[in-house]
Each structure stands twice: as structure tokens, then as C-alpha cells.
Design a protein around this ligand. Sequence first.
Ligand code: MN
Length: 262
Amino acid sequence: MCTSGHGSADGASVAAPAVDRGAPGPAADAALIADLVIANRILFREGVVDAFGHVSVRHDKRPDRFLMARNMAPALVTEQDIVEFGDDGEPVNAAGRPVYLERFIHSEIFRARPDVMAVVHSHSMAVLPFGLVRSVPFRAVTHMGSFIGTCAPVFEIRDVVGDDNDLLITNRKLGRALAECLGQGTVCLMRGHGSTAVGNSVKQAVFRAVYTEQNARVLSEASRLGPVEGLSEAETRTATRVIDGQVNRAWDMWRMRAEGKV
Ligand code: MN
């Protein structure tokens, strides 16, 4: 029999308003900011984020910093909403505007992975079950999802802070643990919460977030039919090399769709 209980949140996620630290660096490339804005719109339009979730990009002139929207629904982000963050996850120029509680996902992955230029965090629905069922690994089953590899890691927040947690990545310690779980991978699942995908550009991170969700749908459907034949390790490597060259084709269409032009 199940017993019900009420969480005794310790207030860890009810963060005080973030205070700006440091001084803004040189202005980021306008095209980079424009891509970040459209990435927000695309992720909403393609069903990866809803009112929640976020995307960031490493600053092109200050690699120890990154850019991300203030705390708001991704679909509504404009260039005026983009905030610069330091490598401690704290804003540089938020000027009192609320910022995302889970900004430490981004700061700690950027610190741990110099090759990562963009990060997408979402709660996209089809991926969630694979963070819950430990006996079923999340793996690439389509060539478009080949970057996922043969077994994506699943982050278990209890291993870091125990059972009395709110499942959110609200500080540097949790961000570091998540980055460790991701390792050198491309996508990391988070039990009962969502997933995080990384890329070498905003476009690649968005591409991976969209196809992580699509791969999850296919894997779930296939699992209803019988044992699933996923991609082999060699197939994931080879297909990833080919598909990486196709990112712009998807981006250009998603962008037009997000702008209501197709
Ligand atoms: Mn989240």
C-alpha cells in the first residue's frame, strides 16, 4: 500500500533573486544572439520546451561566460531578454530581472566541457519514461538520433543530495554532478525531470534536443512491438558524422516554421 506524504522542501529552489556579479564583457556577436533567440522559438514550436526549459550559448568573446534568456517562457524570448552569465552561473547584467533557477546546468557543463558551445535543457515528454525505467537504456534507434549513442546516462539526484530534494539543479554542486554524469556524452537524462543535450553550436544543440525527443518516441513505439534492435556503436559513430553535416537543413526549416512562414 502506498503512503502519501507531503514534501518538506527545504527552500533550496526558492532562490533569492540573483545578484549581478562582475562587469559585462564585450558585446556578443549580434548573429549569435539572434540565433539564441530563434533557438528558443524553435524549441517551443518543435515541442521540446513548453513554458519551461532553456537554451544557452557560450559567449563568443568571453569563453568563460554564456548567454541565456532571463526567467521566462522560451516562446516569448526576444533579444532584450538575453542575459550574460559568469562561469559561476550568476548573471552579469540581469539588473534585477529574475533568472532561471537551473542556470547551473549550463554553467557547470560549460566549465566541464570546453568543446560544448550550447546547452538545451528540457522536460520533453517522450524522453521522460527512459529516466524512470532503469532496465531500459535510452539509446539511438534511428540514424537521426545516432548522436545519442548506445546508452545515454541517467542523472540520479538522490545520489548527490539524498531523498529530500526538489529534482531541480539549483546550485553549483548539483550542476557539477550533472556535468559529471553527462561526461563526454551528448545527452543526459534526469530522473523524474527531463534531459539536457549539448552541441558544438546553438544549431547542433537544438538539433540534438529535437531528435532526442523523436528518438524517444520511436523507441517507445518499437518497444510495444517486441525486442528492439538499436544502432550498433559503430553505426552511431558513422551516422553521427554524416548527420552532423545536415544540421543547417533542419535549422533553416524550423526557423521558417517558428516564424510562421512555412
Ligand atoms: Mn528543469
